[in-house]
Ligand binder design. Structure first.
Ligand SMILES: [Zn+2]
Length: 285
């Protein structure tokens, strides 16, 4: 089992909006980072990024106004389903999608993986049905393959609630609320330490690493469901880095993507390789 990371195109905005403590009008491009885990039963995605349709026709979906607002820059080949083919897989190899939260830039692409079970925190599903704030891919609610779960497991990795997705400790779902009501941090056990995909728990690595007195970015303040809960999650991510040798990934940090493995050849090996040693799914090509 191993994990690597891709982006489905970029979004953009003025630096003063997305980066904490910046006053610059300089335009910055930000990625939409998703994780691809190779597992014995196929692939697991942490978020999907934008869909094939959006990457081909962004002016239709999410629409011209929304595309301009987000500074969306996508090409047909940016869709994760297309990128997986370039990595030797086919979309039907994807058996599980875990959503960090249900904003459209994170889960719009679930429609491209019709064999995958989509694991969604029940609090997040509830938030979309009640229309708490905007940006949700509300169509996810009606997908037949959505598997809601409750975070009712014991504390793990310093987080107060958890869920062991496969019951083997290889993928833990952790309460990362703040950006949205049901945001989760997805922890993947590596051979050495943990990888924590935190979605939009923070915009930049520097945001959650700052001390409690530092103001978060304007973006974080504008988009946050509950800023005090989000600050609590910042502290939990700092703690995981400090005590667990955790590698934290946030979706939209432009400086982070180049530091992450981007192909299956460079992927970080996971616990499963060492513990069970069974054969990996066979990539095509
Ligand atoms: Zn979000």
């Amino acid at each position: 089992m191993s994990v690597f990371f891709r982006t489905t195109g970029t979004m953009g905005g003025p630096e003063f909006f997305v980066r904490p403590s910046s006053h610059s009008l300089r335009a910055v491009r930000v990625p939409v980072i998703v994780a691809v885990l190779e597992r014995p039963d196929g692939l697991l995605l942490i978020d999907t990024g934008w869909s094939r349709r959006t990457c081909a026709f962004p002016h239709d979906d999410p629409g011209l106004a929304h595309s301009l607002l987000l500074g969306l820059s996508v090409k047909p080949e940016d869709a994760l389903a297309s990128q997986l083919i370039s990595q030797g897989y086919v979309p039907s190899d994807v058996r599980h999608v875990v959503a960090t939260h249900l904003h459209a830039d994170h889960v719009g692409g679930v429609v491209d993986f019709d064999r995958a079970t989509v694991h969604v925190h029940d609090r997040e599903l509830d938030a979309t049905s009640r229309g708490l704030r905007g940006g949700y891919a509300s169509s996810v609610r009606s997908l037949p393959r959505v598997a809601p779960y409750t975070l009712d497991g014991p504390p793990a990795l310093g987080f107060p609630f958890s869920r062991d997705l496969f019951g083997d400790g290889s993928v833990l779902l952790l309460d990362g609320r703040g950006h949205t009501a049901g945001s989760v941090v997805v922890a993947v056990k590596l051979q050495e330490g943990w990888a924590l995909h935190a979605g939009d728990a923070a915009q930049y690595v520097g945001e959650y690493r700052a001390d409690d007195a530092a103001p978060p970015s304007l973006y974080a303040r504008a988009m946050s469901w509950d800023l005090s809960e989000q600050r609590r999650t910042y502290g939990l991510l700092r703690g995981a880095e400090a005590t667990l040798d955790a590698r934290v990934v946030v979706s939209h940090d432009p400086d982070l993507l180049s530091t992450l493995p981007g192909t299956k050849e460079a992927a970080w090996p996971c616990l499963w390789d060492r513990r069970k040693g069974a054969s990996k799914p066979k990539p095509r090509g």
